[in-house]
Design a protein around this ligand. Structure first.
Ligand SMILES: [Ca+2]
Ligand SMILES: [Ca+2]
Ligand SMILES: [Ca+2]
Ligand SMILES: [Zn+2]
Length: 597
């Protein structure tokens, strides 16, 4: 069987462009897709490099791997042999990291290694269908131009001290590792890798300190923030109305409910999937009466009066648990790197429920979510918003809570639980887009496709906090793929992606109608059900640090895997309608759909 030589082409391209960057401005689209620039201080700008990732997809039937003729299928052996043959690399340069099976596919995540030391930003992911055929292959493997000594000149303690000083934070005791980092110039650096946090600012980095020079050369930023536009305050009230919901938990996803980890049962906003608190994690909301968390928000009172704090903790706890249960039945499971303390023996790493800090004092007019690797809690912080008097609480706008929570899903599912794979500007931008799109998904009530506005309650403005509503009208929302030429900020890029997904959603609901029970029943057939399946399935297929192009291709392949390609033309038509057609590239629009669509 013949294999294409995409690997060397992509490495070659990356090196050529890196060299060209010294003489001419870095090609705009590559800057978006391979770099993350963090200005830590006037003296320290860290330009983290992520080798260009490729995604190959193999349609409904998939392709063989070199061990296909064997009777027995072994995920690890099959993956290593496939990657080896595809990239023409030695088997000892491929380290199997983790794998799991969804209801329709099997997934493996590997990393490139040299002398047994992994290259942090050179990874690959392979998906197999139920017939054990390869259906997709993502890779950011590199061909290094030089390799430093594998014996650190600098001790790990010295490296930690340097990172603490450079990043104005403290080492958080998470065990450090030694890993290579592939750099923009094609060389490798040997690094000590450790997590540095600053409790005051909320910063939470994974720092890669060169084990020879002591410089901080690469960062993983675990924190994703929501941002806002400043708009005139209006008088309109947008509270949509509280309801008393009885037993909203889905016991398929949360077998012991929301207040038990199987051993300990609470009567507070603390459980297996999440803990909602204010200040210290001991400051929880307790039941108002046995079996009830009924706290009626006093809109005219400050958010900081007791009943409003309780309403905020209760609502945030409810939303995060609901998102847990929805995403669980669509594939964000224990083995799929989700957030739970007890994994009930079903794989993955536990002890990582979402911590929800309401009315967190670290910020204002914002919220954020930090996604460290599987096994460390996702950290959600909700702030107050001061556009109104009294101030408003982000924990009471479900859009905001859902948006933040979805950062945890996209960051965990892309790349197999490392939290390292939505770091480039373009991938981080899509991260914002997925978060808005998930918030929108949860709010649909029927087959109509109203324009969606995010965050109108917190700023008391029907226009919300984004530049445009998400809309099927190109007049209401003119954003297209080519908008990325002029957008550099992750939330702005996210709006382009979220608007495309709004149109994908509209196409699917137009084709299949709406399932009212899609939140709990993934076997329903409505377009909203189809959408959420593809939404989550595509995370696991796409490569580390995807682009709009590879993310789109992951959706197409996800549809091939789950629905036999039934939505091929619906998906292409929607993406192409916003410039992401067959020939789109380098942030140039194309509206072409495949032949036959
Ligand atoms: Ca977990
Ligand atoms: Ca809304
Ligand atoms: Ca809203
Ligand atoms: Zn965000």
């Amino acid at each position: 069987m013949k294999f294409s030589n995409n690997f060397f082409r992509s490495v070659f391209l990356a090196i050529v462009c890196a060299t060209a960057a010294t003489a001419a401005p870095f090609l705009g689209s590559l800057k978006h897709t391979t770099l993350q620039v963090r200005e830590i201080s006037p003296d320290l700008v860290v330009e983290s490099f992520h080798p260009e990732s490729i995604l190959e997809t193999f349609g409904v039937n998939g392709v063989d791997h070199p061990l296909s003729a064997r009777g027995e299928f072994d995920l690890k052996d099959a993956t290593v042999s496939f990657v080896q043959s595809r990239l023409n690399v030695q088997p000892d340069s491929i380290a199997f990291r983790t794998g799991f099976s969804s209801d329709i596919t099997q997934h493996a995540f590997v990393r490139q290694q040299i002398n047994g030391i992994p290259i942090a930003n050179a990874v690959a992911n392979v998906a197999f269908n139920k017939d054990n055929k390869v259906v997709s292959f993502g890779s950011s493997f590199v061909k290094p131009s030089s390799i430093p000594s594998t014996v650190p000149s600098l001790s790990v303690d010295d490296a930690i001290a340097k990172a603490e000083s450079a990043l104005s934070g403290k080492f958080n005791e998470h065990p450090p590792t030694v890993e290579f980092v592939a750099k923009k110039d094609g060389s490798l650096a040997l690094t000590h890798v450790m997590q540095i946090q600053n409790d005051e600012t909320g910063a939470w980095f994974e720092a890669f300190v060169d084990a020879h020079s002591g410089d901080t050369i690469q960062l993983t930023d675990f924190v994703a923030k929501i941002t806002y536009r400043v708009l005139p305050i209006t008088k309109e009230t947008l509270v949509e109305g509280f309801e008393n919901l009885v037993d909203p938990q889905n016991t398929v996803a949360s077998p012991d409910g929301w207040h038990s980890d199987g051993t300990t049962t609470t009567t507070t906003t603390s459980g297996n999937n999440a803990i909602a608190f204010k200040g210290a994690q001991t400051n929880l909301t307790s039941e108002s009466s046995p079996g009830e968390f009924i706290f009626t928000q006093e809109e005219d009172q400050a958010p900081t009066v007791q009943v409003n704090i309780d309403a905020a903790r209760t609502n945030a706890f409810y939303v995060v648990n609901t998102i847990h249960d929805i995403s669980f039945v669509y594939g964000f499971t224990e083995a799929g790197f989700n957030f739970q303390n007890n994994n009930f023996g079903k794989g993955g790493v536990g002890n990582d429920r979402v911590t929800i800090s309401v009315q967190d004092k670290a910020g204002i007019d914002n919220a954020d979510f930090a996604t460290p690797p599987d096994g460390q809690s996702g950290r959600m912080r909700m702030f107050l918003w001061d556009h109104t008097n009294p101030m408003r609480d982000g924990a009471l706008e479900n859009d905001i809570v859902s948006h933040e929570n979805t950062h945890g899903i996209s960051n965990r599912m892309t790349g197999g639980g490392t939290g390292r794979c939505l770091q480039t500007t373009e991938a981080g931008g899509m991260g914002e887009g997925w978060s808005d799109a998930m918030a929108e998904w949860t709010e649909h009530k029927d087959a109509t496709i109203p324009d969606f506005v995010l965050g109108q309650y917190v700023i008391n403005d029907p226009a919300g906090i984004r530049s445009h509503p998400y809309s099927t009208s190109a007049t209401t929302n003119p954003l297209r793929y080519s908008s990325l030429k002029t957008l550099a900020e992750v939330h702005d890029i996210g709006e382009v992606w979220a608007n495309m997904l709004h149109n994908v959603y509209a196409g699917l609901v137009g084709a299949h109608g709406f399932s009212a029970t899609a939140h709990t029943d993934p076997t329903t057939t409505g377009g909203n059900t189809v959408f959420l399946h593809l939404f989550l399935d595509a995370f696991t297929l796409q490569p580390c640090n995807p682009t709009f192009l590879t993310a789109r291709n992951a959706w197409i392949q996800a549809d091939a895997n789950r629905f036999g390609g039934a939505n091929f033309c619906t998906l292409w038509t929607a993406f192409a309608s916003r410039g992401l057609g067959v020939n789109a590239a380098n942030h140039n629009d194309d509206s072409t759909v495949p032949a036959g669509c």
